[in-house]
Design a protein around this ligand. Structure first.
Ligand SMILES: CC(C)(COP(=O)(O)OP(=O)(O)OC[C@H]1O[C@@H](n2cnc3c(N)ncnc32)[C@H](O)[C@@H]1OP(=O)(O)O)[C@@H](O)C(=O)NCCC(=O)NCCS
Length: 351
């Protein structure tokens, strides 16, 4: 297998454009084989972004494996550039007709060597297993996450592959989906002084620092956060840059922010794009430690879903939560979420 590498923003633009249809077809094939459903098909703008982004906060490396000139394997690593510069989140996939011939191992070896050479030694990866696949194998051997909460079938190709390659199964997340219409029927109003604002699109100027603070806390105040890197550096400028990046790739964010006495108490965000207008993707949700216990998580999500139902074409929202985050799962159950898939989060230290 011939392996080539593209660093985002450094490839020949014409060659990248010419490559996109083949890569999109490859990613679509991998997704269809996974059983996750068409909502998870690749978004052309996200794919283009991963190859062309020149953001100073985040970049991507893409590895392509070819046999006789045809793409049979692909790997991607996301690299943070202003904090956590020794980490990388990676993923690789092999064409279903070419699995079990060592191609995945060969590609992952090259990816790890390249990342190590750049000082990226704290690696994370993930695998996504549909609920139907997991429940079909409840009697087989299961591998427990290091948190002690949740298991994945040991015989699943991704689980077996990552274990064999020395990755530790750190944590499991539940991916669930809710219709936005459910929120309209819920009444979570409370008799307190929290005010919930919602907006769609870029963060308003006067809220930039509030969202930056909440994003900083997101990287430290969630279960297991320390396993996946340290505090991320966020300021108003970075929030604005992220909004500009999202706009450029056709993604709009719907945000709900809770405020008490002018101070930000918590927020939640859902992204959606014109390419698949009925589908929303939950971004971060955080209620600051000192504001927990007021059902703000559920109130924020319900407010955001109502705003989406009223002002956008989004009909359903997918979300991910660590299974030990029982309070967030309870919030999601209240907001109408049902299990769709299980996501294994894996870590490997190359040092
Ligand atoms: C996971 C994946 C990349 C493996 O690619 P691959 O080319 O088949 O992997 P390899 O042939 O190098 O397999 C290496 C080892 O992984 C394990 N493994 C891989 N597929 C397996 C399967 N279907 N059943 C059991 N073990 C398996 C085996 O231990 C294998 O070694 P062996 O063949 O000597 O027994 C491929 O199944 C895939 O593309 N899955 C979808 C994408 C994905 O989920 N990626 C997440 C991982 S980053």
């Amino acid at each position: 297998m011939e392996i080539t590498r593209i660093r985002s923003g450094h490839g020949d633009p014409a060659a990248i454009e010419a490559l996109l249809p083949e890569l999109l077809a490859f990613d679509t094939l991998i997704n269809r084989a996974s059983g996750l459903g068409e909502d998870f098909d690749p978004n052309p703008e996200d794919l283009r972004h991963s190859l062309t982004s020149t953001s100073r906060y985040r970049s991507y490396l893409t590895w392509l494996g070819r046999l006789d000139g045809v793409i049979v394997a692909k790997g991607v690593a996301e690299l943070q550039l202003t904090s956590n510069t020794d980490t990388a989140e990676l993923w690789c996939g092999v064409h279903p007709d070419h699995r079990r011939h060592g191609l995945g191992s060969a590609l992952l070896t090259v990816m790890e060597d390249d990342l190590a050479a750049e000082g990226r030694s704290a690696l994370t990866s993930y695998c996504e297993i549909p609920e139907s696949v997991r429940t079909a194998d409840l009697r087989g051997a299961h591998l427990a996450a290091e948190t002690g909460a949740g298991t994945l079938p040991a015989a699943a190709p991704e689980v077996s592959f990552l274990s064999r390659r020395g990755y530790g199964f750190a944590q499991i997340e539940r991916c669930s989906v809710a219709p936005t219409a459910t929120a309209a029927e819920l009444d979570l109003d409370a008799d307190d002084d929290y005010v919930i604002e919602t907006w769609r699109g870029p963060v308003p100027e006067e809220r930039l620092e509030h969202i930056a603070l909440l994003k900083r806390r997101m990287s430290t105040d969630t279960p297991g956060a320390e396993k996946f890197g340290g505090e991320e550096s966020w300021d108003g400028e970075r929030v604005r840059a992220l909004d500009a990046e999202k706009k450029a790739r056709g993604e709009e964010m719907a945000t709900a922010l809770a405020i008490l006495g002018g101070e930000p108490a918590g927020f939640t965000q859902v992204g959606h794009s014109a390419a698949r207008p009925t589908v929303g993707w939950q971004g971060g949700t955080l209620v600051r430690k000192e504001h927990r216990g007021h059902r703000l998580g559920a109130r924020l999500k319900v407010a955001n879903h109502r705003s989406l139902a009223e002002h956008s074409a989004v009909e359903r929202v997918y979300t991910w939560n660590a299974v030990e985050n029982s309070w967030m799962l309870a919030i999601n159950d209240q907001a109408g979420f049902a299990t769709w898939a299980w996501v294994g989060l894996w870590t490997k230290d190359l040092r």
